[in-house]
Design a binder for this molecule. Structure first.
Ligand code: CIZ
Ligand code: SF4
Length: 319
């Protein structure tokens, strides 16, 4: 705790000195989210992180999150130095969608518009027609559906399935999942609802269909936070990474927030609603990266230019 105070103080000094802005995801350590807020940075979902990073006036962006978020920042802000507390923080969706296999899959379906989730490598984005985040995925697919397009969706199959179910769009799905959301269990949720009969269920669409079927609100991180604030209910069971509770409780201080159950017992719970890669963003790692200018993220120029096309489409669409 005392050590944390030392890091917090040192990080604040270095952010000023380096003209750096801290951009943190909702799933990172609350201590890092608080620092971002106290230093005119931002705590946000991946779409807002990208936009804020691009538009803010800083020489250095310190991106606390997972690797694709640093890559996106680098692509959108070529004139800023992008650092991360760690370059080891990846994502099970990114891992499960390697560019060679993905590109071959796209080649097999030349008649389809390629839509990829933001949680992918720069190379996968460069192969796509559209990039989307969970906050705008439904709107983009509806827009493409209105134009009569057939869609190839990657990588999250739960989110893809949810959108397909909701819109009836013609979609084929890549087969990958988020190790955190995949662990939420309908059976456990059922039991929890009998314990809290008045609670409303808020779920991220990366959760399995059986969990989504029990949800009162399905949405991206920012949409779930808004729901907790705006709905009149007092108690919410929340199926997404626990990191979100920092911001959700701050915005909805009078609400009771409960983490949705993961696998039935601790032994079989791999992530327990807490992303191991997001968890690598420690105060110490952040401090050292900022002090040394280490863990710089740079996307090669030609690749960045290609990935920029579907990213720009996303940003223009969401405006
Ligand atoms: O699960 C993730 O990594 C999310 C929700 C990313 C995002 O879009 O903010
Ligand atoms: Fe990837 Fe899931 Fe972690 Fe988000 S929470 S970074 S989707 S593994």
């Amino acid at each position: 705790q005392a050590q944390d105070q030392v890091y917090r103080h040192a990080i604040k000094g270095l952010l000023k000195e380096r003209k750096a802005t801290l951009v943190a995801h909702y799933y990172t350590d609350p201590a890092i989210q608080a620092l971002a807020e106290e230093t005119n940075g931002i705590v946000a979902d991946s779409l807002e992180m990208a936009r804020f990073g691009r538009d803010c006036d800083a020489d250095v962006l310190m991106v606390a999150g997972v690797r694709f978020m640093g890559e996106t920042a680098s692509i959108l802000s070529p004139d800023k130095t992008v650092l991360m507390p760690t370059t080891e923080a990846t994502c099970s969706l990114d891992i499960a969608c390697p560019i060679d296999e993905f590109s071959a899959f796209c080649d097999q379906h030349p008649d389809r518009v390629v839509v990829v989730y933001a949680n992918t490598s720069a190379a996968v984005k460069a192969r796509a027609d559209w990039v989307v985040t969970s906050s705008i995925a439904l709107d983009v697919i509806e827009h493409l559906q209105d134009q009569g397009k057939k869609i190839l969706w990657a990588p999250d199959r739960h989110l893809g399935h949810y959108i397909q179910h909701k819109t009836g769009a013609d979609m084929i799905l890549w087969d990958a999942a988020c190790i955190v959301h995949e662990e939420f269990k309908a059976k456990g949720l059922m039991d929890m609802k009998t314990l809290y009969p008045d609670a409303k269920v808020l779920a991220h669409p990366e959760s399995p269909a059986s969990v989504l079927a029990m949800a009162d609100v399905i949405g991206s991180t920012s949409q779930l936070i808004n729901a907790a604030v705006e709905l009149p209910d007092k108690t919410f069971i929340v199926a997404t990474d626990q990191g979100i509770f920092y911001k959700m409780q701050q915005q909805a201080p009078d609400k009771t927030l409960i983490v949705a159950p993961t696998a039935g017992n601790d032994a079989s719970c791999r992530s327990c609603a807490s992303c191991p890669w997001m968890g690598m963003n420690s105060l110490q790692a952040l401090y050292e990266s900022l002090r040394d200018g280490s863990n710089r993220i740079q996307v090669e120029r030609d690749l960045a230019a290609q990935a920029m096309v579907p990213l720009q489409r996303m940003l223009d669409f969401s405006r």
